[in-house]
Structures are given as C-alpha cells and as structure tokens.
Design a protein around this ligand. Structure first.
Ligand code: URP
Ligand code: ZN
Ligand code: ZN
Ligand code: ZN
Length: 485
C-alpha cells in the first residue's frame, strides 16, 4: 500500500521546493514530480513538513500527590491533532531510591497506548552506586541518552550540586546529554514559606516565589558544572532573559548548550496570575511561571538569532479539580500546563504569521533541531528518502479559535482558550498512517513505537575531542630542583 502527497511545497529546515512525496509502508521512498500511489493526499496550497517532535512531555506522571491527566493515549492523540508525530517523555524514578530500570518498566507499562512514536529521557532524582551503574544499561541497552536533573522541587525531585556534578560526569563518559530544570530550589522553597506566612496564599504567590533571577542563577550554575564535567547541556523550559543570557553567553564561548523555550512562555504572560478568578490563575501555574513581555521578546529574539534552539510544551495537564488541591496554599497547586495540540498552530500564528520566523526556521525549532540533538535524525525530523513517514501537511489558510470544548486533551480547560490561530494540519501522518484526515481523527491507539537513540552524537564527539585536547597536562621539565627541607 503506497500513499502519495501531491501538489504541496516541501519545507525543511534548510530548503523549500515544490515536489510530491511517495510513501510505502512506514517510510518515504521517493521525492519528485508527478509521482503516483494507491492513495492520494492533495496538498494543494499546503506545506509538507516533518512532523513536529515535542521533546518535553509528562504523560500520566506521578507528581505533587496526583497523576497528570493526559496519558499516552490522550496525550499522543492531542499531539497528532496538532501536527506533532513524536513525543519524548520523562521516566521518573521515585527519589526514595527507585532504580532507573524499575522506573523504565513503569513507563513501558504506560506507553503501550501511544498513537505516535515516542522516546524517553531518564530523570536522575537521587544519586548512588545503583544509579551510576544502571545509567550504562539505560544508554547502551535501552537507547536513552538524555538525563534530566531537577534543580528545583526541594524535598522531592531536586538534586544537589555534588550529585549533579557526579551525574554529569557519568553522562559525559557515556556519550549522553545532560538536561536541567534550572531554578534555585532552595531559594524558591524559602520564598514560598515567607510568602505564605505573609498571607500570599493565592496562585499569584507561585509567580512571586520564582522570580527570573532564580532561574538565571541556576542556569549559570548548570552551565558551569556541565563545562567542568565536559558534557553537552540542554536547558529545558527557558523562560526569561536571565536564563537566555546565560545560554547565549555560553554558546558564544563555544560551550555546547541548548535552550528550549515553551510555546506557553512565548505567548502567555504573567498577567494570567492576577486574574480575579482563582481557577483561571491556578490552571496556569507551572514552573517556571509565565513572565512579562520583555522576557517574551527575549525568547522570540533567541529563536531568531539561533541562541535558543527548540520550542516544546512541557505538556503536564491537570484538571481544575486537581488544581484545587492548592486552594489556600499555592505550593500545593500541581505544577503544569497543557499545550501538545496547540504548539504548532500557536507558533505558526505568532511566529511565522508575524514575520518573526520563516517557515524553514519553524521546521528547525519544532522538529529538525531536536531530532539532531537527540540523535534520531534523519529517521525523524526530515523529509528525505529513507526517513520515517512522520509528515505534516500544513494548511496555512486554515483557521480556528482554540477551545477546550473541541480539544483531544482529557482536561476541562485550555490555557490558550479564545486564541485565534491561522495555520493547521490538513493531514498528519505517523509512520505512513494518516492519523489526521482533513479535520477527522483516525488515531491508532498502540501503534506508536519506542524510538531508540544512540549515544555519542556529533556534538558529543566534538566536545570530547576538544576537552581531551585542552585537558590540563603536567609540564615536562628538564631539571627539577631538590625539594627544600
Ligand atoms: O510546572 C511544570 N513545569 N511541571 C512539570 C514538571 C517540570 O518541572 O517540568
Ligand atoms: Zn521542569
Ligand atoms: Zn517538564
Ligand atoms: Zn493506517
């Protein structure tokens, strides 16, 4: 069974041109003019792009006394509806000593329902010999090469600097990439207690407790520790100028650091927390919190300049009922927001639609860059012969107003409610299967496959070569004086 996508304009991270795309089974087999196949998808007026990759999701994650409400079934269904064809979720060992392989087993038990392909990052939530040893198996047997460290969530997921340094060195040795959630967890914990004591119990207290300096400091600290350990660093949910500034400076110094702004931080701001409606504000509680317009501008500029590399969602959806666990104490509001279905339409509308991004840059930051970082390019993130047929046929003229009433996500609201978007999928293909057909969902629960990744991507190789070349060496001296007594 073959499928041909006809009459569209292919857009990749480096080039756009008019051509048809022929798919056989799960792969792209030919790109050219006047192709034919058993099934024809008309892409007239559309862009044919690599499907989106969201490298930051939390599906059915145990967190803050509950579980995030989108699981691998509803989460990946939402992803496909919005043009995303691969998600990378965080496997999270319990910090009270659960092994990494044990946690992976739990994630495997959940991910069987996925409609699209997926991979995992491994979180390092505690440190010890077992973790050190299992990291090798995680990389070499399971094909998981990215390790996340939480510098926040004190008393829960947070790791200390010495643990982070030890883990970063191990990641470097294994040819992986270190990830950080960069916020100074000690300061956040103290500020939170002070705010509560002063009567700041509402959701706005969450924003007050996590000022931008807290993120900037932790980002700088992580960059220094990664540099000392000789490991490439990926900073998740970069939300402000202080953090972006640290990443920008590091990159200018030749350090291997990437920054990941979220679509929420690019398009929503801190005024949401001052809404008089408690539910409205609490539904938007996430870490880091939404920032002001100057910080938003900084993030957009970073995408344009190339100092920020990937747009993600950190999709971690809690219902209104779950958010209400924090009535009277903002520190108990489960942290997280959704966005899987809306990332691409929002980024296209506010990025390409305003001239802040070219279509090629859009493809780079939603798919190709992260496929390269994660070392699954060009299997993913590419329109090339031999690549997986994860393809998005994007209609730039199609419009809608975002509303929870029509979303795939399991929760009862949407943080982008009322936003008008122009640019939506006409077709979304996941390994050759047409999962979105002109507005109709044709999902395939359980069809998603785990994407194994190899360690030692080109950046790892370059960095380890450089570190070896510039390592401290003893000076060879001809005559050494006798030691003084
Ligand atoms: O608030 C957030 N971001 N929740 C999900 C967990 C995390 O910190 O990424
Ligand atoms: Zn985080
Ligand atoms: Zn996250
Ligand atoms: Zn099919």
């Amino acid at each position: 069974m073959s499928t041909v996508i006809k009459n569209g304009t292919i857009v990749t991270a480096d080039l756009s041109w008019k051509a048809d795309v022929l798919i056989e089974g799960e792969k792209i087999v030919e790109i050219g003019d006047n192709l034919s196949g058993d099934e024809e998808l008309d892409a007239t007026g559309c862009y044919v792009m690599p499907g989106g990759i969201d490298p930051h999701t939390h599906l059915e994650m145990p967190f803050m006394g509950t579980y995030s409400s989108d699981d691998f079934e509803s989460g990946t269904r939402a992803a496909l509806a919005g043009g995303t064809t691969m998600v990378v979720d965080f496997a999270l060992p319990s910090p009270d000593g659960q092994g990494l392989l044990d946690a992976l087993q739990m994630w495997d038990n959940k991910s069987g329902k996925a409609h699209c392909d997926f991979s995992y990052h491994m979180a390092i939530t505690w440190w010890g010999e077992q973790v050190f040893n299992e990291m090798k198996t995680v990389v070499e047997d399971r094909g998981i090469t990215t390790f996340k460290h939480f510098m926040a969530y004190k008393g829960a997921l947070m790791v200390q600097d010495d643990e982070m340094y030890a883990s970063f060195q191990r990641v470097a040795e294994l040819g992986g990439i270190a990830l950080v959630h960069a916020e100074n967890g000690d300061v956040v914990a103290d500020l939170s207690q002070r705010l509560l004591a002063e009567g700041n119990t509402g959701p706005e207290g969450h924003a007050y407790s996590r000022p931008t300096q807290v993120e900037g400091e932790a980002t700088n600290r992580a960059i220094m520790i990664a540099d000392m350990a000789g490991v490439p660093l990926y900073v998740v949910h970069t939300s402000c100028e202080e953090s972006h500034e640290a990443i920008r400076r590091a990159r200018q110094q030749g350090k291997r650091v990437w920054g990941e702004p979220l679509i929420q931080h690019l398009t929503l701001d801190e005024s949401e927390y001052f809404n008089k409606d408690w539910d409205h504000a609490a539904r938007r509680v996430m870490s880091p919190p939404f920032r002001n317009k100057q910080h938003q501008d900084s993030l957009w500029n970073g995408l344009q300049a190339g100092s920020l590399s990937v747009v993600a969602t950190d999709h971690c959806a809690f219902t209104t009922e779950q958010k209400r666990y924090g009535v009277g104490d903002f520190t108990k509001i489960p942290n997280g927001t959704g966005g899987l279905e809306d990332r691409l339409p929002m980024l296209w509308t506010y990025g390409v639609g305003t001239g802040r991004l070219t279509p090629e840059e859009f493809v780079a930051v939603t798919s190709t860059n992260i496929a390269k970082i994660l070392n699954c390019y060009p299997k993913k993130g590419a329109i090339r012969v031999g690549s997986d047929a994860d393809i998005l046929v994007w209609d730039p003229a199609k419009e809608k107003t975002i509303t929870a009433a029509k979303q795939e996500s399991a929760i009862d609201y949407n943080v982008f409610e009322g936003k008008h978007v122009k640019g939506l999928p006409r077709f979304t293909l996941t390994r050759g299967h047409v999962a979105v057909y002109d507005g109709e969902m044709r999902g395939a629960e359980g069809r998603g496959k785990f994407v194994k990744r190899e360690a030692n991507n080109p950046t790892n190789k370059a960095l380890s070569t450089w570190k070896e070349l510039t390592a401290p060496r003893p000076v060879q001296r001809s005559g050494i004086p006798a030691s003084g007594v």
